[in-house]
Design a protein around this ligand. Structure first.
Ligand code: ADP
Ligand code: ZN
Length: 435
């Protein structure tokens, strides 16, 4: 099969050359930040590091980390490295964890970001002949703008739908023969559920691929979306602080996302000690933006937990791959002393034949954590016989216990009673006031 790349010479560059390029860019970027961002200069001074101590990527560990707390401290202009007159765009995080930060872009920053998204679109097998339906939210959120820009760069016919209005999404998808759908995986699941309800079979749907990201999703959810829509579903990752989606993207192998290493230098650290971990170990992902001009974060702690791998990829790309992030350090629930990730719960649900429509409710009563999961029944599973429901709840609770090590109270609820997400799904309601 002929391989397609958006920027072949970069995406298939020998690893040694990538590292050399990263070293050169890092030296320049550290100088740029030190000279233009007093906030980071102070952090470097406190740590006793000067730009001349950084000769290449081997010196990266000498630099201080930046955290979301720093971004809040420095809000809104404190990490800006270019005059505002040279900036052309502002985006903001979704505020999933309750705290918004803003990021600035020069025209060059926008261009490079759109290139990253274009690489993702081509890696998903799409190009000039495709109709790209962008159903990520447009606005301050980076999802819509990023994929929209990437689609233009590739030359696909862009359908700028934004999120929401699912009826119209479906009408335009069918009438205008959309071949690529870009949105959050939870919205893709919602759209596919609606298509199924309207009687569409996978072979009636013109889509051939989907690029889904901006929130964690499981392999089980991928299979379900792929089957219902009759497509290949590719993952894409990014965060506002590093431009947006497109920091990494999946290729045809679908075994992890290639990080755009010409622009982003990735590390995995131990989230407790800050120690850099060797390749293959699980830890917190840290990014250094090598080319960003307006908002160039160095050693930014994402709080996303994942693993990197340099294993050779059959697609020919040489960029390092990151596994699907299993959640954020601040997504992880500690319930009765046990670490629980929503992604584990989703895996069990899909394996047991349920849809990914659920909500986790944690509370504390008399100093004990309570742990409940509301799970929606499919129309086929729906019954009003109490004994049947109790048996299903018990069986699901047992499967959860095996995966998590603790026993949740399962409540099966009627089909359609859990609100669908058009953007990032809210899976957890933690009522404990622990802080
Ligand atoms: P917020 O932090 O408010 O959600 P962003 O919209 O910038 O703001 O979201 C970035 C975060 O979204 C990432 O740090 C990560 O936790 C999550 N994310 C993005 N893409 C993926 C993906 N493909 N898989 C899992 N999580 C993702
Ligand atoms: Zn690959």
């Amino acid at each position: 099969m002929e391989k397609h790349y958006y920027q072949k010479e970069i995406e298939t560059m020998p690893v040694e050359d990538i590292k050399k390029l990263q070293s050169e860019k890092l030296v320049k970027q550290v100088r740029h930040v030190y000279d233009n961002v007093p906030y980071y200069r102070n952090l470097m001074d406190e740590k006793g590091v000067k730009p001349e101590d950084i000769h290449g990527i081997e010196d990266l560990h000498k630099l201080p980390f930046l955290t979301k707390a720093d971004l809040r401290d420095a809000y809104p202009y404190g990490l800006l490295a270019k005059p505002l007159s040279e900036c052309v765009r502002i985006h903001s995080t979704s505020g999933t964890t309750g705290r918004r930060v803003v990021a600035f872009y020069t025209q060059n920053d926008v261009d490079l970001w759109e290139d990253c998204c274009a690489r993702a679109i081509v890696a998903a097998g799409c190009g000039k002949e495709d109709v790209c339906q962008v159903a990520y939210g447009y606005g301050l959120f980076t999802g819509g703008a990023g994929l929209h820009g990437g689609s233009h760069k590739v030359g696909s016919l862009t359908l700028p739908m934004s999120s929401g209005n699912t009826e119209r999404q479906i009408q335009f998808m069918m009438d205008l023969n959309a071949t690529l759908l870009c949105c959050t995986p939870s919205y893709a699941a919602y759209i596919s559920e609606s298509l199924k309800e309207q009687g569409y079979k996978p072979e009636d749907i013109p889509l051939k691929a989907g690029i889904f990201g901006a929130e964690p999703w499981t392999e089980e959810m991928r299979h379900q979306i792929e089957e219902t829509l009759g497509i290949k579903a590719y993952d894409i990752y990014g965060l506002t602080e590093t431009s947006g989606p497109g920091v990494s993207f999946e290729c045809e192998e679908q075994t992890g996302m290639h990080i755009n290493e010409d622009h982003f230098l990735a590390e995995i650290i131990d989230p407790d000690t800050g120690e850099v971990l060797p390749e293959g170990e699980k830890g917190e992902l840290v990014f250094t933006a090598l080319d960003k001009e307006a908002f160039p974060l160095l050693r930014y702690r994402t709080r996303d937990i994942c693993v990197l791998s340099r294993k050779k990829c059959s697609c020919g790309r040489t960029f390092i791959k990151m596994a699907k992030p299993m959640g954020r350090t601040d997504d992880m629930l500690i319930i009765r002393g046990v670490n629980v990730f929503p992604s584990q719960i989703e895996t069990v649900l899909l394996n047991e034949g349920y849809q990914p429509n659920y909500q986790i409710i944690v509370d504390r009563v008399n100093n004990n954590d309570t742990f409940e999961i509301n799970v929606e029944m499919n129309p086929e599973q729906f019954t009003d016989k109490v004994s049947e429901i109790l048996a299903m709840e018990k069986s699901l609770a047992n499967a959860m216990k095996t995966m998590l090590g603790i026993n949740p109270a399962i409540h099966l609820v009627a089909p359609k009673s859990i609100t669908r997400s058009e953007g990032k799904a809210v899976r957890v309601v933690d009522k404990r006031k622990l802080i």
